[in-house]
Design a protein around this ligand. Sequence first.
Ligand code: HEC
Length: 215
Amino acid sequence: MSDAAPIPDPESPLRDATDSTPLVGDASDLIIRGHKYDGIREYDNPMPGWWTMLFLACVAFAPLYVVGVHVFDWIDDYGEDLAEAQADLAQIREVYASTGPSFKTDPGALAEYAADAAFVEAGVEPYQAVCAACHGDAGQGLIGPNLTDDYWIHGATPTDVYRAINEGFPAQGMPAWGNQLTPEEQAQAMAFVLSLRGTDPPNQKEPQGERVTGS
Ligand code: HEC
């Protein structure tokens, strides 16, 4: 303490009566608690006011909470919150299902589309519209790789090709089509691309990637 107060009265009730230590020091002696154990004395450092208020607020809140949850049911417990969230989720799923997102893009479904002549045929249009500029009208390759040979950088399964279309390779110069084409159009383009394999068109770009036998 910088602003030293007068040395307190040795008879002060704040002092330990049995304490015979001579009074040296400053006003901080005033805030020594009136007890002494094994020669150890303790400063009277009250908790800060804000802390005490928080503590009291917690003490006041606790019984309200217990009563609210267990007696009057004002406050939902875990099970009730869970049931509510599950009801919301069921509703979201119902709305989602009613918008008809029945078009599946899991590997099994993609393999089926790839083998489906209707998909291959429908894929001509999106392919010529957005892919041919980089991969050639017959898939022979221009800026983008040749799609008719057995060499693939990113794999030749229906899922690989679908992902290539959907996500693109922005860093390598192929844009993502996930937001430009519907999932169905992407699947059609995928089926068409896979149908190009082995067609051996003229002016093919040199092979890129690994040789893939089978799909
Ligand atoms: C702006 C040019 C561009 C357009 C448009 C484009 N691509 Fe590509 N594509 C590329 C490039 C470049 C690569 C090579 C990426 C790499 O090097 O990793 C590529 C890679 C691919 C691959 C992977 C080839 C492999 O060897 O693994 C497939 C499949 C593919 N494109 C299909 C398509 C389809 C289908 C479309 C149309 C929906 C399309 N691309 C549109 C430039 C393009």
